[in-house]
Design a protein around this ligand. Sequence first.
Ligand SMILES: Cc1cc2nc3c(=O)[nH]c(=O)nc-3n(C[C@H](O)[C@H](O)[C@H](O)COP(=O)(O)OP(=O)(O)OC[C@H]3O[C@@H](n4cnc5c(N)ncnc54)[C@H](O)[C@@H]3O)c2cc1C
Ligand SMILES: *[C@@H]1O[C@H](CO)[C@@H](O)[C@H](O)[C@H]1NC(C)=O
Ligand SMILES: *[C@@H]1O[C@H](CO)[C@@H](O)[C@H](O)[C@H]1NC(C)=O
Ligand SMILES: *[C@@H]1O[C@H](CO)[C@@H](O)[C@H](O)[C@H]1NC(C)=O
Ligand SMILES: *[C@@H]1O[C@H](CO)[C@@H](O)[C@H](O)[C@H]1NC(C)=O
Ligand SMILES: *[C@@H]1O[C@H](CO)[C@@H](O)[C@H](O)[C@H]1NC(C)=O
Length: 476
Amino acid sequence: MAISKSWAWSWSLISFLNLALFRVAAAGGHPLPIVHKDVVILGGGASGTYAAIRLREDYGKSVLLVEMEAVLGGHVNTYIIPETGEAFNYGVQSYIDYKGAKAFFQSFGIPLQPNVLFSSNTVLIDPSTGGIVTNAPAPPPLNESIAALQKYHDVIAPWDDIQLPGYWNFPRGNQIPADLLLPFADFVKKYGLEAMAPILNIVSGQSISTTDPTMFVVRNFGTPVVEGFLQNTFFDPVPFNNSLLYEAAGRLLGADVALTSTIVQADRSNPGGGVRLVVENLQTLARTVVVAKRLLVASPPSVENLASLGLDAQEKTVFRRSFTFLTVYTATLKTNLIPENTSVAFTGLINSTYSFSLTWNGVLGYFWVIFFSEVLLSKAETSQVILTEMAALSQSGALPPPMGETPNSEVVSISNHSQVTWGPSVQQIKDGFVQDLYALQGHRDTWYTGGLWCPDYSSNVWAFTDTVLPKLLRGI
Ligand SMILES: Cc1cc2nc3c(=O)[nH]c(=O)nc-3n(C[C@H](O)[C@H](O)[C@H](O)COP(=O)(O)OP(=O)(O)OC[C@H]3O[C@@H](n4cnc5c(N)ncnc54)[C@H](O)[C@@H]3O)c2cc1C
Ligand SMILES: *[C@@H]1O[C@H](CO)[C@@H](O)[C@H](O)[C@H]1NC(C)=O
Ligand SMILES: *[C@@H]1O[C@H](CO)[C@@H](O)[C@H](O)[C@H]1NC(C)=O
Ligand SMILES: *[C@@H]1O[C@H](CO)[C@@H](O)[C@H](O)[C@H]1NC(C)=O
Ligand SMILES: *[C@@H]1O[C@H](CO)[C@@H](O)[C@H](O)[C@H]1NC(C)=O
Ligand SMILES: *[C@@H]1O[C@H](CO)[C@@H](O)[C@H](O)[C@H]1NC(C)=O
């Protein structure tokens, strides 16, 4: 149902509204338009977009998908190379063939191809000098890496049913397999998995801490991902433009998407009676009251991000305890310093607080940057740090520009992917971190999906959403 068709509000409905909420919402004297929906979905990234499509197209429910950015897609970023018009993905790269992922693309008629994995030689740079490291230990031979990966797969596979596609069956206390709580470095040592490091690095960049409990690593590097590597089953859309999917979904959803919008007020005080939300367009400041039977939160559940939902003590306690903030940017670097088929990695943290890598992504002159920081940095500061390092690299002569050209590096696009991530201690996990988190499912007519609730990659958040929806729909 299009919003515009159901915008007519009537006095009889107003009596059902929480009076205080209505007064604030209607400040200025003009009653707000009221919309009725089965489900409002907050966040139009991977999981929210998927949920909106499934709920409307397959379950026949009315939805409103509320996304604060001007586009759907969350971590997907596509830069258009000006010279050629080619798409350059600098956020989400490739997809894992898990459960209904391929079918989701195919439902929009988007053709698929085996993944366009651009192999490259990696040049290792010492960040303190900008020079090439020549005495770095050789990486393990590929057959050793694959053998280690297979072994890792076989060790973790028995735990799939407590972790995939989510943690509904995850145990607590001593029922948790002890290996999952070992610091990852100890787990690697215990099973002799050192040789899998190069492949793990492709997936994780430098975001993995080897002191983290093993279950954090298994979360995003579980059996579906490992099988993707072992059987070479990652896939990409044709053309290799990861924005196509979300644009197609947006077209299909039409007026059931509110872009550049968010929820600014919520009344969830009548559990079982649905929710009343005020949705604001962040550009026009236009507000709409949305009365819905269920709210599905598909945006990161931090206390700050969900403040407008009026979190209660239970919600605040869980969200505050469990998550830590990670600063992540991705960018497109245009440079003439790095040759074709070459990626650049650094031996350690640059300036001891941040790290990044420059990855060959199939287009000469353009490189995919992924940047992690322990401290908050703005886009401008992040771009500056990258360019400072490129200047050091140029000065050291490590990577000279082609003959006759002057060194030139430019950050042509940059995107903020910072967000909360898992941070509970082993003790907190034993004490019921997962159970407390999942106890919020359905609390105050509010359900949750997305990467904080399950293994955090596209195919899996879609599969996890499929486990949430039937529960959410019970009784409506
Ligand atoms: C750099 C990077 C690369 C990745 N590469 C891959 C890959 O190659 N393959 C893969 O499968 N997965 C990849 N992932 C993981 C994948 O992107 C995530 O698993 C997936 O996006 C999680 O979906 P989500 O719906 O939880 O969150 P998101 O996709 O982040 O969606 C959340 C949405 O909510 C919106 N939002 C947040 N707060 C509000 C608010 N208050 N009001 C309104 N809207 C709000 C955001 O703007 C966003 O659109 C990558 C992730 C990153 C960060
Ligand atoms: C990898 O190949 C080398 C050389 O062919 C061989 O010696 C080694 O045993 C192989 N390792 C594995 C795990 O198969
Ligand atoms: C990539 O997809 C986006 C979104 O659909 C679109 O705007 C853009 O034109 C596409 N670019 C190419 C080169 O396909
Ligand atoms: C880069 O890799 C491609 C694909 O493997 C190959 O065809 C090309 O010759 C390589 N270029 C250089 C300069 O090595
Ligand atoms: C980046 O995004 C996060 C999560 O939305 C937000 O908290 C943070 O303020 C943003 N950082 C900047 C510098 O805009
Ligand atoms: C590292 O930090 C110092 C001091 O904060 C700063 O002067 C320098 O420019 C930084 N280097 C890089 C590469 O950003």
